[in-house]
Every structure is written in C-alpha cells, then in structure tokens.
Ligand binder design. Sequence first.
Ligand code: ADP
Length: 333
Amino acid sequence: MLQIPHLPETRKLKALAVLTSGGDAPGMNAAIRAVVRYAIAKDCAVYGVTKGYSGLLEGQIQPMEASSVANIIQRGGTILKTDRCEAFFRKAVRREAAHILQRKGIEGLVVIGGDGSFTGAHLMENETGFPTIGIPGTIDNDIAGTEDTIGFDTAVNTAVDAIDRIRDTASSHDRIFVVEVMGRSSGYIALQTGIGGGAETVLVPERKIPVSKICDTIERGIRRGKTSSIIVLAEGRTPGNAQVLAQKLEDRGYATKVCILGHTQRGGTPTAHDRMLASAMGASAVAHLMAGHSNSMIGCRDNRIQLVPFKDVIGGKKTLSTALLDLGAVLAT
Ligand code: ADP
C-alpha cells in the first residue's frame, strides 16, 4: 500500500503552472487533476501549459479551475497535450521560458514527464532560479530515484492482457509467439509482463540470452508436453528485434509468429494503482513547491512518496532486479 506522508506546511504561493512533456503515459491526467485541485484548495492559482515546453515558449498558458479537470481521472493521454521541443536545449530559450512564466505572476512549474523533461527543468532552475518540481510520468519505469512511475502499471496490465489473448491462439495452433513490448533501454515492462503473463522466456536489454538457450527452453517444454511458447521481448534500441529472433527460430524449425504491442501499451484507461500514484504525486508536488522545495522530483521509494533532488535523478541508471529475472526463469520451467 502506498504510504503518503503528511504534506509539508504551506506558505503562500500566488500561482503555479503545470505541463506535460515527452512521451505520454496513462495517469498523467490524474496527476494534472491532483495538481490543479490541491493548488486551488490551498488558494493558489493554477495555469495549464499546452504542449509542453513548445507551448510554454508560444505562451499557450491558460488559467485552470477545479472544473477544468472534471471527468479526466479515468482518461489516458494528457488533456494538456505533450511535445518534444528542440529549442529548449538552448540556454537562452530556457531563460526566455522562465521570463514568460514570471511575467504572468507564476512562481513555480510542475513538469510531468521523464528524464529529458526533468533535465530541461533542472537546467532552467539552475540558470534562472525559477522553481521547478518533476512528476515521473512514463510507462517504461526507467527513471532513477523512484521505484514506480505513472503509467507503468497500466502498460504492464495492457501487455499481460494481450499475452492472455495471444496464448489462446498460440496453444490452439501449437505456435511460438514472440511478443514485443516497449522498453528501449529498460526491461521493466518486459520482466513484469513476462512474469504476470507466465511467459516461457523474457528477453531484456539488461541480460542477453543466446538463441541456443531459448531453443533449450522450448525443447524442455516440448518434452513436458508443451506445444506452444510465449517469448516476451523488450523492443531495445534497434527496431525489428522480434522479427530477427522469430526468423532465427524458424530457421531452427520452430513455427513462430510475432506480435508487436507497440503504442497500444501507451494509451488506455489508467489502472487504479496509477491513478492513486498520480493523485499522491500531484498533491505532493504542489505541497513541496509551496513549502519552498524545488529542483527535485516527487519519487516513490519503499512505497513512500518523497522528494528526490533532480541531481540524483537525471542521467541515473535504474538497475533491473536480477532476482526477479531469475524468478521469471524458474517459474517458466
Ligand atoms: P522524456 O521527458 O520522456 O524523457 P524527452 O527525452 O524527449 O522525453 O524530453 C522531452 C523534452 O525535454 C525535450 O523535447 C526537450 O524539450 C526537453 N529536454 C530533454 N533533454 C534536455 C536537455 N538535455 N536540455 C534541455 N532540455 C531537454
């Protein structure tokens, strides 16, 4: 169960702004809702910035009311839209962004996004002193300093549901299925999906497994009467990995199909867990800004919501649990 510490005592803050940046993730809307409603409850005005840093630079900044976030907690995506903004890599542009916010009387910025978005916020605060707080919103769960990110649980549930469906066909046709899930440099989605979906093999960027070993697992299954297998594969950095693996298995005489889940994992109704996490993190972000804390992310460690300085987050590597990887392998045999 998620532990929510008492939120810090507040000082008066006139207005803050919230934006979403980078890849969207289910639960971002629940986080926006919490930011808006918590701020208003504390007599702080809130502005919504449309389209991330690009919209900020274009001045797409609108006041939000409690009613602006009605009926969004259950919706995937982000009502504020999101974008990637090349210009924000430039110092002069970040300085201009801070001025745009200050001219509107805004005294703090909540950034819902990933490592890249936090880097932009961190640099802007270091260069201008403008207070920023990050909320981790990404399905990949690849952000250092937090055990969980908004959208991860939903993505895993979507992928497990897909595997349950694929297994019906795999067993009816005696096929091997390679199911590719998201995760360019991190195997979190693949690992949890593999364990939750009872996959025979899980392939993650953090641990390479030779094709011969995958074939050994398939053969072991066949000897025990299994006629089908599910291999969950994290997409990795090079596109087409699932096809390449399927071809190698075909070459060894195994009838293999590929299913790439792709963007189906990014959208959809957020799970109750992601809504809860987003609500707690959104409120905590506002409370910390109001208490004068900034240049940090709201993280979750030991199931507790807490403040983690951006410097301990950005560029950090989160290591995949080898114990979980081993467990997945044991349970699949
Ligand atoms: P995510 O936040 O999901 O990791 P990106 O890495 O695409 O997504 O970053 C989102 C946006 O954050 C970028 O388009 C850019 O505007 C800003 N950003 C990313 N990295 C930096 C950086 N090193 N310096 C300044 N801004 C950055």
